[in-house]
Design a protein around this ligand. Structure first.
Ligand SMILES: [Zn+2]
Length: 249
């Protein structure tokens, strides 16, 4: 049995490389969710999902780091486009305060408000479409959790979960899923296996000083099996079941 990667950015690889990369990915993965980040990337995600049907599953959203480059009107237009697509999740959307403080460095308070505004809009859109929202959070986990507790979307996945054990348990109590990988964090050993999803976040995540590749999902499987002291087979079986159930694919 092959594992499933709930977060790979195939659209971020060079067009020349992507077919070879997907062929390699198929050797180790049973499937993958490819989240989108901004209008152009979202179109590429849809194209790849059509070409690799039943292997790549599309999620679309406007990622917080692209907000400063877009007008409110452009974002609204994109959300309207997304609302008409056949997708398995809204993703990835969320808050990225690191980006505002370390990269953008201007209008930080104003841009924070925009991030929150469009995060909330995308939560509502996910609920309206009856699909999960895949959440990106950097330097903002407390605020993300606060918003989720207020809005209570039906389904949410905290990708690259950066909170602590207590926050993780809070999210699980609300019915949400936590995703990690390729290096799964130690406290995941104390979380129920049926609430965990695995991901590589390739190519953005670093593994041993190189960019992650889809095959690195095997590192995530190995690590979680070690942490929980169970077989890799069991990890794959249950996390695949979680994907099927939560994303209805
Ligand atoms: Zn991502």
């Amino acid at each position: 049995m092959k594992p499933f990667d709930i977060h790979v950015h195939f659209e971020a690889f060079k067009p020349k490389q992507v077919d070879g990369l997907i062929a390699d990915a198929k050797k180790v993965l049973s499937g993958a969710i490819n989240p989108g980040t901004y209008p152009k990337a979202n179109r590429v995600v849809l194209k790849l999902a059509r070409k690799y049907k039943d292997f790549i599953w599309p999620a679309l959203a406007v990622h917080p780091i692209y907000l400063p480059k877009m007008t409110d009107e452009q974002i609204e237009q994109e959300l309207d486009f997304i609302s008409k697509q056949n997708i398995v999740a809204i993703g990835e959307a969320g808050l990225d305060y690191f980006w505002l403080k370390k990269v953008i460095k201007k209008n930080v308070d104003e841009e924070k408000k925009r991030q929150i505004k469009f995060f909330k809009k995308q939560i509502k859109l996910a609920d309206k479409m009856n699909i999960p929202i895949i959440i990106h959070s950097r330097w903002s986990i407390a605020r993300v959790i606060k918003i989720l507790k207020e809005m209570r979307p039906k389904k949410a996945v905290l990708h690259g979960f950066s909170g602590n054990l207590e926050q993780a348990k809070d999210m699980i109590d609300l019915g949400y899923m936590l995703s990690n990988g390729p290096r799964v964090r130690e406290f995941f050993k104390d979380l129920p296996l049926n609430k965990i999803l695995l991901e590589t976040d390739a190519p953005y995540m670093k593994v041993n000083d190189r960019n992650a590749a889809p095959k690195d999902i095997l590192l995530a499987v190995k690590k979680l099996a070690e942490l929980k002291n169970i077989s890799e087979e069991k990890v794959i079986k249950q996390t695949n079941k979680n994907v099927k159930k939560y994303f209805e694919i």
